[in-house]
Design a protein around this ligand. Structure first.
Ligand code: SF4
Length: 377
């Protein structure tokens, strides 16, 4: 399990290594066809900042080779904001006295119908908090069953589950799971996740092994940028994790995401670090050069101009017109969001921008699209 592997990698030594990388290390990495994690560290290090243009060129090239000019579109649906955890950066944490919603089957179906009116989405991501006593794996299974007539690709972003539960959900049509480790720094993990199941670092980090063991078709990973000051170290740990998973569960497809926290306007949790747009671009290019096949996803947390810029340089999946509150498309359009959406354009506006950039939005999952093309051929 990855928890045992990460015990062998020192956080502090990794940080030191990243800052010691030189321009020569970067040049060496950029010449390689297949980079290792040491090369990745060089590409995300401050030493690589003068190489951004070269990195953008390579990232674009590898993305075109593997993904063509298409961007896979998805939409998230929060089906509950009930949560027993207390993540200090999240508005849905248990101490927050806010109205909690667990959508009924009828409300879930109303949301699906409302989403289909927005755009022809086929990829849906069902999102929950963590309250297994009220919204367990069986509840998620029902939401998947109801989704099947409306969507062809069903993914979930929910609490980490057992192998048996992941297996059960695949039988209900689930073909992907997204789970953010948030941070790989075990020493500080409980500062951000003090109580509830999410405070169990090993249960969360080993969740990816359980997904792999259950034969989940696609696994999405991410670290929350803003928690750890040394975000480069966190992303390096994710790169180690990605390589580990690819080796052990090689039939599975992988996606990564680097959600950035922004300073809260009120007295909420303030990020410990702000990743600049340039740093986000550098990390994205480095990830593409490190892993030509990984799907790189940008959500509507990112502003429109960043998403448009990166759509031609490495990003392969995007959400559009997202609501981050349960029932936000139809039932409760005014409820409290989990996080602020920065790209507030409608799906139609996003599609039109992507087309102007020479990108073709695809509504189905990558692999499903490719299978379809192969069958048609
Ligand atoms: S981040 Fe997720 S698990 Fe944590 S409090 Fe928010 S909804 Fe709950």
């Amino acid at each position: 399990m990855f928890y045992d592997e990460i015990q062998k990698i020192s956080w502090d030594e990794t940080t030191e290594k990243i800052y010691k990388k030189t321009a020569d290390d970067v040049r060496r990495a950029l010449r390689k066809d297949r980079c290792d994690v040491e090369d990745f560290m060089a590409m995300i290090s401050p030493a690589a900042e003068p190489f951004l243009e070269q990195m953008a060129f390579l990232s674009r090239k590898y993305t075109l080779e593997r993904f063509g000019k298409t961007i896979s579109m998805f939409i998230p649906l929060y089906i509950t904001n009930s949560c027993t955890n207390s993540c200090v950066y999240c508005g849905f944490h248990i101490q927050n006295k806010m109205p909690r919603t667990i959508l009924t089957e009828k409300q879930i179906e109303d949301e699906y119908k409302a989403i289909k009116k927005i755009a022809p989405f086929e990829n849906i991501l069902l999102v929950t908090g963590e309250n297994p006593a009220k919204a367990d794996a069986k509840y998620i299974a029902r939401a998947l069953d109801i989704a099947k007539p409306y969507f062809s690709n069903l993914k979930i972003e929910v609490m980490p589950l057992s192998v048996e539960d992941y297996e059960m959900l695949t039988h209900h049509g689930m073909n992907g799971v997204i789970c953010f480790q948030e941070t790989y720094n075990e020493k500080n993990y409980n500062i951000y996740h003090p109580r509830g199941m999410k405070s169990k670092y090993d249960w969360r980090v080993n969740g990816f092994d359980r997904m792999g063991q259950a034969g989940v078709h696609s696994i999405g990973m991410g670290v929350l940028i803003g928690l750890e000051k040394e975000f480069r170290t966190d992303i390096t740990m994710m790169a180690y994790h990605l390589r580990y998973l690819e080796k052990h569960y090689w039939k599975t497809k992988y996606s990564v995401n680097f959600p950035r926290m922004r300073p809260a306007e009120n007295e909420g949790f303030q990020p410990n670090v702000i990743m600049t747009d340039k740093q986000l671009a550098q990390i994205t290019f480095a990830m593409r050069i490190f892993d030509h096949d990984v799907d790189i996803s940008y959500s509507t947390r990112e502003p429109a101009f960043i998403r448009d810029n990166m759509a031609t340089l490495g990003v392969t999946t995007m959400s559009a017109q997202s609501k981050t509150n349960p029932g936000g498309y139809y039932t409760y359009p005014q409820a409290l969001d989990q996080f602020t959406v920065n790209d507030e354009r409608t799906a139609t506006e996003i599609i039109s921008s992507l087309k102007k950039l020479g990108r073709e939005p695809v509504w189905k999952d990558w692999d499903a699209s490719f299978d379809h093309i192969k069958m048609a051929g």
